[in-house]
Design a binder for this molecule. Structure first.
Ligand code: ADP
Length: 193
């Protein structure tokens, strides 16, 4: 069955790393990262990329209407193809959550998993990672937007009985095992050959 699992968590909580591993390990699991999509668009110099570049560098959010269109275009063929999408970086605001509900067929939104790592640890991880937008000011701004815009989605998914919380601290394989168990409870997982 096709569906979408939303992966929530602060910046630097390990969403991208873990989702990439899950896609590699399991058949029919596709990782969709809006941050990666925007960075690819910026690298190829598309209209979207040019628009997103400065916003990303400042740690601000790309406007909801733009993001919702971009995600809808990327997701439609995937949803038709029967894969399980791990959606990383979207929704990030209540308006984006409403848009995702419209995009998925009834029952198509399988659930959400929240990778829990505290502010202190994610800040250290991002500074060590040193991505282009991982400056002290950029990190502070993104974490602030996470608390005001994205954290309310935790309540949104909880109210719908759709949220699983996962301890995102520990080694990479430890977190991977916890995440696999949570996702395996939402959708059957088949190892890739
Ligand atoms: P992080 O979570 O560490 O900020 P991402 O790779 O998820 O990293 O996102 C990088 C940047 O891309 C964000 O700071 C934001 O500017 C933009 N972005 C990604 N996803 C969204 C989204 N759903 N809505 C608005 N902006 C987004």
């Amino acid at each position: 069955m096709s569906g979408v699992i939303v992966v929530l968590g602060r910046q630097g909580s390990g969403k991208g790393t873990q989702c990439a591993l899950l896609q590699q390990r399991y058949d029919g699991v596709v990782h969709v990262s809006t941050g990666d999509m925007l960075r690819d668009a910026a690298a190829s110099g598309t209209a979207l990329g040019r628009r997103a570049e400065a916003i990303m560098a400042a740690g601000e959010l790309v406007p909801d209407d733009v993001m919702c269109d971009v995600v809808a275009e990327r997701m439609r063929p995937l949803l038709d193809s029967g894969v399980t999408v791990l959606l990383d970086g979207f929704p990030r605001t209540p308006a984006q959550a409403a848009s995702l509900t419209k995009l998925t067929a009834p029952g198509g939104l399988l659930g959400a998993v929240l990778l829990e790592v505290d502010v202190q640890e994610v800040s250290e991880r991002m500074l060590a990672r040193g991505r282009h937008d991982d400056t002290a000011a950029g990190i502070a701004r993104r974490l602030e937007l996470y608390e005001t815009q994205t954290a309310p989605l935790v309540a949104w998914f909880t109210e719908r009985g759709m949220l699983k919380r996962i301890d995102g601290t520990g080694t990479l394989p430890e977190v991977f095992d916890r995440l696999t168990a949570a996702i395996g409870g939402l959708v059957p997982l088949r190892l890739s050959r």
